[in-house]
Design a binder for this molecule. Sequence first.
Ligand SMILES: [Zn+2]
Length: 284
Amino acid sequence: MQFGPWDVQIVSGGTFRLDGGAMFGTVPKLVWNKLYPADEENQILAATNCLLIRGEVNGQRHVILVDNGNGDKESDAFMARFKFQGRGVLDASLAKLGVKPADITLCILTHLHFDHAGGSTRFDANGKLVPSFPQARYVVQGKDLADAKQPHLRVKASYLPQNWEPLESAGLLDTVEGATELLPGLSVRPAPGHIEGLQNVVIEGGGRRLVYLADLIPTARHIQPAWVMGYDLDVVTCVDERLKVLEEVSGTGTFCVFEHDPDIPVGTVDRDAKGKYLVTPTSL
Ligand SMILES: [Zn+2]
């Protein structure tokens, strides 16, 4: 779908599975399992819905990727633990749209957790870890990079240095501080709660608006503001931030992207007569 100069599409980085209890925090399984059935190991299917944004601005062509999934470089044991769909999914998704890794000019990373930034690097033919998108700049919030380098024990397992160290070594990793317009109509803004350095991506153009929610609201089934994840570090901030964003998008037709939802990657948000938030699935 076109947003001013920007052509925006969802690209899949592949599915994986996460513990349903961890994904729904204090929500009872009796409630969430009806909406989101768990498998025999209590895991639920999670997508990595990335965004591909293409457009020409001021005579310059941009091919932009927002997040890049789990990547292809982890061990078979790691992949089995999270039931990864397989290797090469993001490359295949991009190829279907006529895009090669070397075409990407900018990678926006909502944060550096492995299920969002794992595709940033890969092994080359000599077994060396290199940037997956060698022509791209990568951009993340400075706060998140700082936290990734000195992670709190509580989130250490999600911040894997192999996902950003090769970017830094290659001089391709940029940081921004707070809300920033990266290109005309294309902005990032902080969305703290899940982690302090999380950022959302906002695209505006041609009378349309899109918010890429990342782990602020990971699936359409997390639309109730208090249904935060067990993974969220600061749940009170997370609920407040969700309320702020939901208030902003509700009833406006804003396209909301749910990064981890395997069934509803995109929806619009409204409130019913009782004030409860509802998602109407749509597509780009
Ligand atoms: Zn995530």
